[in-house]
Design a protein around this ligand. Structure first.
Ligand SMILES: O=C(CO)[C@H](O)[C@H](O)COP(=O)(O)O
Length: 225
């Protein structure tokens, strides 16, 4: 918890007056939202856009005003977590099912800052099942196509019910074990009808990677974008 918090708080130190800030989703992003809320209470002036209903609620509770996606023409910085990070800073995201809005924010931000604890670092992506957001009406067909790519795919459930995203879609969790070529898989998934978004976030997308360690260290890597 402290490692996630330390990484998130370092990321928030890059937010300055007048910025439009994209808010990620998940426990690490939540630390960033809380820290931003403290900043706002102390006088920081920002506009924020949230990647999920959950993050929007937390932001409002923290005193951060939320702007609608449709009202934005630019996003200065988005701060978000990840489920896995490989040595090239390619990511798996979507553990909380917010991948579609998260990717729109990341792609449209001048800076995309990823905040993780050291447990998220991997040599090769794929141990964490890759979340893929799919259209509900064609779920069975799309699931079969995903399986043909060499994974075990299943529809995500929560509390005994199918998990429904904030965009009214479903999530297929795809266990590949090892993703030998993230670029090739990205293209294959991008070509599949019924796939609304995939949890692979490939470089060059991340502009800064901040890693919190259990011993209290924070590693802050600037990556050209
Ligand atoms: O992609 C995400 C949500 O869709 C999260 O950033 C990812 O699941 C990491 O979560 P946490 O910070 O709780 O470990």
């Amino acid at each position: 918890m402290e490692a996630k918090r330390a990484a998130a708080e370092r990321a928030v130190s890059y937010v300055t007056d007048g910025m439009v800030v994209g808010l990620g989703t998940g426990s690490t992003a939540n630390w960033a939202i809380r820290a931003l809320g403290e900043g706002v209470k102390a006088g920081l002036r920002i506009k924020a856009v949230a990647s999920s209903v959950a993050s929007e609620q937390l932001a409002l509770e923290a005193g951060i005003a939320i702007t609608d996606f449709s009202a934005l023409s630019r996003i200065d910085v988005t701060i978000d977590g990840a489920d896995e990070v490989d040595p090239e800073a390619n990511l798996i995201k979507g553990g909380s099912g917010a991948l579609l809005r998260e990717k729109i924010l990341a792609y449209n931000s001048r800076q995309f800052i990823v905040v993780v604890d050291e447990a998220k670092l991997v040599d090769t992506l794929g141990k964490f099942p890759l979340p893929v957001e799919i259209a509900p009406f064609a779920a069975a067909l799309t699931l079969r196509q995903l399986q043909r790519l060499g994974c075990q795919a299943s529809i995500r459930h929560q509390g005994g019910e199918r998990f429904v995203t904030d965009n009214a879609n479903l999530v297929a969790d795809c266990s590949f074990g090892i993703i030998a070529s993230p670029g090739k898989l990205y293209e294959q998934l991008a070509l599949l009808p019924g796939v609304m978004e995939q949890g692979l976030f490939l470089q060059p997308m991340v502009s800064r990677l901040i890693i919190g360690y259990l011993d209290g260290r924070v590693e802050d890597r600037w990556l050209q974008r």
